[in-house]
Design a protein around this ligand. Sequence first.
Ligand SMILES: [Zn+2]
Length: 184
Amino acid sequence: MGEPPRPKWLDSARGLLALVAALVFATGALAALTIRQAPAVAESPPCDPAAVMKQRLDELGRDGYDWIITSNALGENRGRADIDNRIVRIRTTVGCDYMSSVVTHEWVHVQQGHRYGDDLGRTYDAFGAHELEMVADCGSMLLGSPKHPYVDDAGGVCSPYEVDTARRLIAESNAAPSVKASAR
Ligand SMILES: [Zn+2]
């Protein structure tokens, strides 16, 4: 007793199914190959605060000062301009979110020092402790810094004296024309 002969249409239907399956597989394999060959999406490198500092200083100018990132004690400050010795120190803990703002704030201190012969005593006496910081922070804000803690502490407002003084310091600086134009 053999099996009854299969109708021919069944064979051809199976053959068609196999062909379709093979095609689907081939298409899938091609897609997988395409995905594998697609260039890997480049991951952005982690932000380097030193690179941000360099980029900002390239715009502002170093003005004859050494600009260094250091773990030296700076009290509670993120940065400090040593006007007598023409050194600006910025804490190692300053990240990319603050770096440009800190550099710009210290750079305005450098301009304040230039006006008074790079003599901290004369500069300090001319501005006083409060306005020394306010003018630096208002200048930094004029130059687009997103962080300006002294201005924030003063209610977010710069006085006309602070704005005028900062504008003049920026205008008389060696900063690139595009930087001067950005002070608003
Ligand atoms: Zn300051």
